[in-house]
Design a protein around this ligand. Structure first.
Ligand code: MRU
Length: 366
C-alpha cells in the first residue's frame, strides 16, 4: 500500500541480501521511522516490543530473524537458539510458530553451508505468499461488501484493532476487502474501534485508512454496541491471531464483546484470516489458547501528541491504582458468521475448516 503516493511494506528485504528494514510501528502515527534489523536478536526485540505486530507480520519477521541468525552462524545450535528466542517473543499469534516450524523443517536437513541462502529465500517466499493470501482474502470479502452496497448504497464496516497492511506484508486481512471495495468505487465507511490499551485502531488503522483515502470514523471501544442497535453497522470485519480447528477466534482484547453485540443485533460478524493463522492442534479456544498478559503501564499510561506536536506519555488512571492487561480474548465459533480465508468464505466449524485444510505449507503464487 502507499504512503504519500509511495509504495511501502512494513517489512522489506534490503538489496544487500542480508538485512531487513521495518517500519517502526511504536512511533506511528505521530512519527514515521524505519529501522534496519541486522541481527536475529534485533528481530526478536522488534517483535516483543511491537515495532512489528499483527499475526502475519510477526510470522514473516520471525522467518527473517531466523535467516539473520543463519547468516551469522548456521550451526544446529544456533538454529535451535534462534527458534527458541524468536518463539518466546509473543505467545498468542500462531503464525509465529507456523513460520518458525516451516523454517526449521527446511533448514535442518541442509548442510550448514547452504542454510543462510535457503533461509533468506524462504523468508522472502513467505513474505510474497502473505501478500497473495491477503489479496485473495480481499477478493472473497469484496463480495460481502458489494452485496450490501447493491442493496443499500453506503456500506458501514466496523473493525477492531489493526488487521490492516501494517499487520501483514501488504493489504491486511480485515482491511483487504475494504481497500478492494473502495478502489472499485464502492461507498465504504469504516468505524474504527480505538482499541485500548495500545490504540492500534486509533493510531494504526486510522492512519492507514487516511493514507488510502478511505472514509472512516474512530470510535471509543464502548460505542460499537450502540451503533449496531441503531442500524449504523452493516457488518464487522476483524482479524485473528489464532483460530482453532473448530472455529473459535482469538483476537485483540475486546473482539468478543463486539461479537456479542453483533449477535444481539443481527449484524454479520466475519473474521478475515490467512490459513496459517489456524491452529489445527487446538479445539477449545477459551481453554487452550495462551493469552498474552502485557504490562500494566499500557493501561495506566497513554502516548499522545501535544498541541505543539511533541509526543508525550500521560497517566490516565488514578495514581496508586494497579491494572491488568490481557491482550487477547476468544470469540466462540457460534458468534462468528463466517471465516474469510484465501481459499474462500467458510463457516466457523470443524467440518467447514477441515474441507479447506491442506498440508502444503506454501501457496501457489501463480
Ligand atoms: O497485539 P497486536 O497488535 O499484535 O494484535 C493484532 C491483532 O490482534 C490483529 O487483529 C491480528 O493479529 C490480525 S492481523 C492481520
Amino acid at each position: 500500500m502507499k504512503i504519500d503516493g509511495v509504495a511501502w511494506r512494513p517489512i522489506r528485504a534490503e538489496d544487500d541480501g542480508e538485512t531487513v528494514t521495518i517500519i517502526d510501528q511504536t512511533v506511528l502515527p505521530f512519527h514515521f521511522e524505519t529501522r534496519r534489523l541486522v541481527r536475529m536478536d534485533e528481530a526478536a526485540e522488534a517483535i516483543s516490543v511491537m515495532r512489528v505486530r499483527g499475526a502475519p507480520l510477526i510470522g514473516v519477521t520471525a522467518a527473517y530473524g531466523m535467516a539473520l541468525a543463519m547468516r551469522d552462524d548456521p550451526s544446529d545450535t544456533a538454529l535451535g537458539t534462534a527458534y527458541d528466542t524468536l518463539h518466546a517473543t509473543r505467545p498468542t499469534a500462531i503464525n509465529l510458530r507456523w513460520a518458525l516450524d516451516r523454517m526449521r523443517a527446511a533448514l535442518l536437513p541442509l548442510p550448514t553451508a547452504g542454510r543462510f541462502a535457503r533461509a533468506w529465500a524462504l523468508a522472502a517466499d513467505m513474505a510474497e505468499e502473505d501478500v497473495e493470501i491477503n489479496r485473495r482474502i480481499g477478493a472473497h470479502g469484496f463480495d460481502l461488501l458489494r452485496e450490501i452496497a447493491d442493496r443499500k448504497g453506503r456500506v458501514n464496516v466496523l473493525t477492531h484493532c489493526n488487521a490492516g497492511w501494517l499487520a501483514t506484508v501488504d493489504w491486511g486481512t480485515a482491511t483487504s476487502p475494504i481497500y478492494q471495495a473502495h478502489d472499485a468505487g464502492i461507498d465504504v465507511h469504516v468505524w474504527v474501534d480505538e482499541t485500548r490499551p495500545r490504540n492500534q485502531g486509533g493510531f494504526l488503522t486510522a492512519w492507514e485508512l487516511h493514507q488510502h483515502g478511505v472514509p472512516h470514523s474512530v470510535i471509543v471501544d464502548n460505542a460499537g454496541g450502540h451503533l449496531m442497535q441503531h442500524g449504523e453497522v452493516d457488518l464487522c470485519l476483524v482479524g485473528t491471531d489464532r483460530t482453532t480447528a473448530t472455529g473459535d477466534v482469538c483476537n485483540k482484547i475486546g473482539t468478543y464483546l463486539k461479537a456479542l453485540a453483533a449477535a444481539d443485533n443481527g449484524v454479520p460478524f466475519y473474521v478475515c484470516l490467512p490459513t496459517p493463522t489456524i491452529d489445527w492442534r487446538v479445539r477449545d479456544g477459551v481453554a487452550e489458547i495462551p493469552i498474552e498478559n502485557r504490562a500494566a503501564g499500557e493501561v495506566t499510561d497513554l502516548d499522545g501528541a501535544l498541541a505543539d506536536g511533541e509526543v508525550a506519555r500521560v497517566r490516565v488512571v488514578s495514581p496508586g491504582s494497579d491494572a491488568v492487561n490481557p491482550a487477547f480474548d476468544v470469540t466462540p465459533a457460534r458468534l462468528v458468521t463466517g471465516l474469510v480465508t484465501e481459499r474462500g468464505i467458510v463457516a466457523a466449524n470443524e467440518k467447514a475448516l477441515a474441507a479447506i485444510r491442506t498440508d502444503d505449507a506454501a501457496i501457489s503464487l501463480s
